[in-house]
Design a protein around this ligand. Structure first.
Ligand code: G1P
Length: 294
């Protein structure tokens, strides 16, 4: 089989209000909440970069301007770091910067749902396959989850969805897929449903907020009726696309932190801090003190 069209573009929906983190997110986008010292959105962009993505499309909204600033050069800051000899910090800032022209920003003007947010990217994506990354879901894995998905995409040319197992009490917060034939690195998806009751769910495999989608999804979203929560859902549009195209699931190697929830976000901070050579030793000592109450 000849290689399918390369996935060059990633879409990051970042228009959500972040009501679960008020008042922290009153004036600051939830995607800028830091896990250790990097904002959530940076982790998703890093994952996309690692997978070979060349263009980064952000679907923003009101109050999200600092996301655009975050991916811009901060000239004064760079000069100050240089003068003070803080060359490591400078190098890190420069390494995180996209190359000029690699980012695009557009706004979702009304909170009509994730499907609608993705649809707002249709002109920026054009007629190409694209990756979709939801930055709330922080995925810790090596190689990155999108890299694992690209491997499945290159083998099949299908639409690809990353999934993981979830506990019954968590199922109704997510999209859930039905699993057909194939192994964890690529199995047939035979059905999907958004936020089912645990007893109606087709499996315990939830959608982890990472997708590779063909551009035909955009027309389907245009005609998509409101679904779960009264919102236009990407899962419903994908379910329609399943009538014409194949979907492959990747049960990725790694673990997720749902940073849309306080417990997920706090746990991510602990796990990522303990993985950091510069602070893990001191941090572990503090954690032990807290845990033993001494
Ligand atoms: C969205 C998707 C859902 C997916 C989840 C992952 O839901 O609609 O299918 O499982 O992200 O975080 P949301 O979190 O926007 O309610």
């Amino acid at each position: 089989m000849k290689l399918p069209k390369k996935v060059r573009i990633a879409v990051f929906p970042v228009a959500g209000l972040g009501t679960r983190f008020l008042p922290a997110t009153k004036a600051m986008p939830k995607e800028m909440l830091p896990v250790v010292d990097r904002p959530l959105i940076q982790y998703a962009v890093d994952e996309a970069k690692e997978a070979g993505i060349e263009h980064f499309v952000f679907i923003t909204g009101r109050n999200k301007g600092v996301i655009e600033d975050h991916f811009d050069r901060q000239f004064e800051l760079e000069e100050t770091l240089k003068k003070r000899g803080k060359l490591e910090a400078l190098k890190e800032l420069q390494r995180d910067l996209p190359i000029a022209g690699q980012t695009s920003f557009t706004r979702q003007q009304e909170p009509l749902g994730l499907g609608h947010a993705v649809w707002c990217a249709r002109h920026l994506v054009g007629n190409e396959p694209f990756a979709l990354l939801l930055p709330d879901m922080l995925l810790k894995s090596d190689p990155g989850v999108l890299t694992q998905m690209i491997a499945a995409y290159e083998k099949t040319g299908n639409n690809i969805i990353a999934v993981e197992e979830a506990a019954p009490e968590d199922i109704s917060s997510y999209g859930v897929v039905a699993r057909g034939q194939g192994d964890d690195s690529g199995f047939e998806i035979t059905g999907m449903v958004e936020k089912p009751k645990a007893e109606d769910a087709p499996s315990n495999l939830i959608i982890s907020g990472r997708y590779i989608l063909q551009p035909e999804i955009f027309d389907l979203i245009s005609n998509q009726a409101k679904g779960a929560g009264g919102e236009i859902q990407i899962t419903d549009a994908m379910h329609k696309l399943m009538e014409h195209q194949n979907f492959t699931g990747v049960k990725y190697k790694g673990r997720s932190f749902d940073c849309g929830s306080k417990v997920g976000f706090l746990t991510a901070n602990i796990v990522f801090a303990l993985a950091r050579k510069d602070i893990s030793h001191d941090f572990m000592k503090e954690l032990q003190t807290v845990a033993t109450g001494s």
